[in-house]
Design a binder for this molecule. Sequence first.
Ligand SMILES: O=C1O[C@H](COP(=O)(O)O)[C@@H](O)[C@H](O)[C@H]1O
Length: 232
Amino acid sequence: MTHSLHTFENGAALATALAGRVAEALKAAIAASDAASLAVSGGSTPKAFFEALSLEDLDWSKVSVTLVDERFVPEDHPRSNHLLVATHLLKNKAAEAEFVPLYAPEDSIEAAAAVATDAVSDLGTPLDVVILGMGSDGHTASFFPGGDNLEDALDLELPPRVITMQASGAGEPRLTLSFSSLADAGLLILHIEGEEKQAVLEKALAGEDEAEMPIRAVLSRAETPVDIYWAP
Ligand SMILES: O=C1O[C@H](COP(=O)(O)O)[C@@H](O)[C@H](O)[C@H]1O
C-alpha cells in the first residue's frame, strides 16, 4: 500500500495542520452520515495535536472519540490513555464529544475486551479517522514485538474487535483495536515526531518482518493509504 509523508518545521506546525485535516474529515463524515468517529493513540506525541483539535469548530456533539489502544488501568491512573485524552482533547469545543473507553472495570482483561468490542462496534465501520503513533521498538497501537496476541491482532481476516495484548515492552496488559478495525479507516494517519522515530520509520520501510516491527503491517497492508505526519 502507498503512503504519503508530510513533514513540518516543528511540532506546533504539525499539530495545527493535522488538527485542520482531522477536523475537515470529521465535518465530511457528519455531512454524509450525521455522525463521525475518531480513534486516537496515547503516548507523549499527540498532546499538542489534541490541544489544537479541541479548538476546531465543528459539531462535536456528533463525534464519538475512542482509543486505538489502552492500558488495563482505570481512567484516573497516570498511565491511562483515557486520562490523557480527557486532559488534552475532550475540552474546549471538543468537550461535547462522546467518549467510548476501551477500559472497563471488569474482573479480567478478556471481559473488558468483550465490553469494549461491543461499544466500539456501535460506532460502525469503517472508522472515519484513525490516528496511530509508533514506539521506538516499531510497535503501533498495542501491536508489540513479542506480544502474546500479535498474530491475531494483525490478521485482517479476523473481524474488527478489541483484543488483549501482553508483551515485555508494553508494561501493563493492554487493550487494542485489532488491525482489521483500523486498516480501512476513512483517514488513516501515522503521527510521529523526532529524529529517532524518523530512523525507526526508515528501518520499518526497509524490511518486511512484521513480528520484528509490527508497524510494517500498517505500512504495507492497510487498505487505506497511510498519511505520515512527521516533525523534528
Ligand atoms: O504505548 C504507546 O506508545 C505509542 C507511542 O507513544 P509515544 O510516547 O512514543 O508517542 C502510542 O502510539 C500508543 O498509543 C501508546 O499506547
